[in-house]
Design a protein. Structure first.
Lengths: 231, 335
């Protein structure tokens, strides 16, 4: 079906490589909510969303289950799915949780550290410090935090983090201007503490970093929504 | 999970359901919600019956004239008795949301007509998820085992669609690990998992406690203090358990954060039903911890409230490890 295939190629909401249809739907819905196109309390227009992403209703249903568990929606049987507000409080809560969970990751990583792990982590932290473009910061950050989580070796932590896909669509560090600098500072502080085996300081560094990120995101969302009266 | 709620004295709804469950030999537990009627259409009591029993469907049919509403009682895992086997963990958030929206949003036109039963069935996907959780807790599915979707679908008499939905939910909750190209595998229980589980929940509850300390009204704090006082007076484990459940549910509701509730949803229920029966050391730990929490909340000390929750949950984790470590249910990570 050439027409729909062509449409799918030009459709940014369409499923990408390695992404299931349900994940594409979830990503699309998060973006709509983040951009303010779906408002708090609004009922999710499931058919519209299915059309926009170019999938059937089944992955939409699956995405709704995930999104409910992530805290974006509430589902009322037979009535539909309704959007939870993505307000400053929601953003603050989400980043507060990141701060705590990554702080926990740092603590477990210290407890389970190996010499190889320590070396790898130090090198990845240095990469974060060196990274210049937003794309490079995104990559280096993901690898550093991924390594901390991996050394922490906690299946529960990994499960919880898997359930928290980002609030901000796209490359966080490109979208939220001050965020790259904030993350570099925070990771440097975390790494210093981890290397010194100081779990308390590592946890605090994680929490502080995410608090600053939350403030930057809230400021950005406020400006965006002021600029676009339709949102 | 099937719970029958009814109004006391109306066709003997709750009493009848309890009696019936007793006569059928169905394990059941009555949970009173009377302390917080939100509006008069909401239940005053709940009878909790595990869905894994094949008798529950006929049970539902036998009580059409009672105002039975199926409500999903959830147990906040680690703090109070867990839902009977097969129950979906974390539904407390959903139950409380239902109650809240019922009181605020439901137009009068949709009010139930007296005598007409409204049954809300658990979806097929929820039942599949409950079934799989039970298999894991019973040890019939072990760490590393692959979930065979077609077999599960056949066994339960459903199509693949609810099985897929169940797997997605179970993956989000951490019971299984699902990768599109490999399928779903059981993640399994280890001592470290138990500890981490409680730590993580402590982090979320601690955050909720901190928020409550900072922004709850004095009336809300007084309400929490009163509930704690009631907990201390609870004569039996069942009562303590449900009062504890409601205390924590109230704490979360006051914190008014769907994201925190969601984070709790994905930390799955590990221990089978009746936490405080199974872990007797849990009650004194909980009483002490909630007592400290209430004091800190009253004094608006957010960080101390946070730490009190974390410490309490950590101790509960250790109590669980102590209780289950010998049973062979847990596996120690090879060091």
């Amino acid at each position: 079906m050439p027409t729909s295939a062509a449409a799918a190629r030009s459709n940014r909401a369409a499923p990408r490589d390695g992404e299931t249809s349900a994940e594409a739907v979830a990503r699309h819905v998060r973006k709509l909510i983040f951009d303010g196109r779906l408002k708090a309390g609004q009922r999710l227009p499931q058919d519209e969303i299915a059309r926009a992403v170019g999938v059937s209703r089944i992955p939409v249903r699956e995405a709704i289950i995930s999104l409910e568990r992530e805290g974006w929606l509430r589902v009322e049987n037979h009535r539909g799915a309704f959007v939870y507000p993505l307000d400053a409080k929601a953003v603050a809560d989400r980043f507060a949780l990141y701060g705590r969970f990554y702080g926990f990751a740092a603590r477990r990583a210290v407890e389970r550290m190996t010499p190889e792990g320590g070396e790898a982590l130090a090198e990845l932290a240095a990469e974060v410090a060196r990274a210049k473009s937003a794309a490079a910061v995104e990559r280096a950050n993901a690898r550093y935090l991924g390594k901390v989580v991996s050394i922490a070796a906690s299946s529960r932590l990994s499960a919880v983090l898997r359930s928290m896909p980002p609030i901000v669509p796209g490359n966080f560090f490109a979208v939220v201007k001050p965020s790259a600098a904030i993350q570099k500072r925070g990771i440097a502080a975390m790494q210093a503490a981890i290397a010194a085996g100081d779990t308390g300081t590592a946890e605090r560094a994680s929490v502080e970093m995410q608090t600053e990120q939350a403030e930057a995101v809230i400021e950005m969302m406020t400006l965006r929504r002021q600029a676009d009266p339709d949102a | 999970m099937v719970q029958a709620q009814g109004r006391e004295g109306e066709h003997g709804g709750v009493r009848g359901a309890v009696q019936d469950a007793h006569d059928q030999g169905l394990p059941h537990r009555r949970v009173d919600l009377r302390a917080q009627p939100i509006d008069d259409r909401l239940p005053l009591a709940v009878v909790v019956i595990p869905v894994s029993h094949s008798a529950t469907e006929p049970f539902e049919r036998r009580h059409p004239d009672a105002r039975l509403k199926i409500v999903y009682i959830l147990a906040l895992e680690g703090q109070q008795a867990l839902p009977p086997s097969g129950g979906q963990p974390g539904r407390l958030g959903y139950c409380m949301r239902m109650a809240k929206t019922s009181a605020e949003d439901r137009p009068a036109a949709r009010a139930e007509r007296p005598g007409r039963p409204r049954l809300r069935r658990e979806s097929s996907a929820d039942q599949v998820a409950g079934h799989v959780r039970q298999l894991i807790m019973d040890g019939e599915l072990r760490k590393g085992d692959r979930l065979r979707q077609d077999e599960i679908a056949d066994e339960l008499g459903v199509s693949r669609i609810p099985v897929r939905e169940a797997i997605i939910a179970l993956d989000r909750e951490g019971w299984v690990s699902f990768e599109a190209n490999r399928g779903a595998f059981v993640t399994g229980l280890e001592v470290d998992d138990i500890r981490d589980h409680y730590e993580l929940r402590g982090l979320v509850f601690g955050l909720a406690a901190k928020r409550v300390a900072e922004s709850a009204t004095d009336e809300e704090l007084a309400d929490l203090a009163a509930r704690y006082a009631a907990m201390r007076k609870a004569a039996d484990v069942g009562t303590f358990s449900s009062l504890n459940e409601r205390f924590l549910g109230r704490l979360l509701r006051i914190s008014d954060s769907p994201r925190l509730r969601a984070a709790l949803l994905v930390t799955p229920s590990i221990i089978p039903e009746r936490f405080f029966d199974v872990v007797p050391a849990g009650r004194p730990i909980q009483e002490k911890g909630i007592g400290q929490l209430v004091r800190h909340l009253k004094a608006r000390r957010g960080d101390d409230a946070d730490q009190a929750m974390r410490a309490t949950l950590r101790k509960q984790g250790e109590a669980v490890v102590a209780a289950f470590g010998e049973s062979g249910l847990l596996v120690n990570r090879p060091s």
